[in-house]
Each structure stands twice: as structure tokens, then as C-alpha cells.
Design a protein around this ligand. Sequence first.
Ligand code: SF4
Length: 100
Amino acid sequence: MSVTGEAATGEALEVWIDQDLCTGDGICAQYAPEVFELDIDGLAYVKGDDDELRQQPGETVPVPLTLLQDVVDSAKECPGDCIHVRRVHDQVEVFGPDAD
Ligand code: SF4
């Protein structure tokens, strides 16, 4: 999947994972280890640039533009359909199971 449309204009995006649906396969952490990491509970979490996992339900981290393609590919390949990428300013999902 190529990055097109509004996401390509450099609009600020953020990403979160619905751990209730995560299968723990680790595909996201392979695609974008700077943003996704498996914790000891076997589930994936988003990670900030401070390297700390965000473990509150629905917690987000910004998507660095340089990693956008990797994050989008993760959302596309995620077997749990549980990686959500949305615009910061209006919270509209642009990649993931709830995107148009
Ligand atoms: S790719 Fe999806 S299902 Fe797999 S570990 Fe990452 S968030 Fe969980």
C-alpha cells in the first residue's frame, strides 16, 4: 500500500493499538520497531521517542513522517486488524480497520 492523499501532505498522525484484538505475532514490531514493541505480556504496544511503551488502553504516539510507510504497512498486515492510524486534529482514522 502506498501512502496517498491527506496523509502524504504531512498532516500530523498518531497511532494506537487495540490490545484486545492483538494476536501477539509481532509483525508490527518487525515492520516498525521504533514504534511498536511486544511487552512481556505477549501483546504489542506503541512506543514513544522516549522508548517507553504506552500501556493505557487507546494511548497514542505520534507517527514520525519517516516511519509512516512502515506504520501503514503494519496496519495493513496486522492479523488482528487492531492498529489504528488517525489524524491528530480531527481524530479521523486514515489507516486501519475503521478507515474509509
Ligand atoms: S501486527 Fe497486530 S496483531 Fe500482530 S503483534 Fe502487532 S498489533 Fe498485535
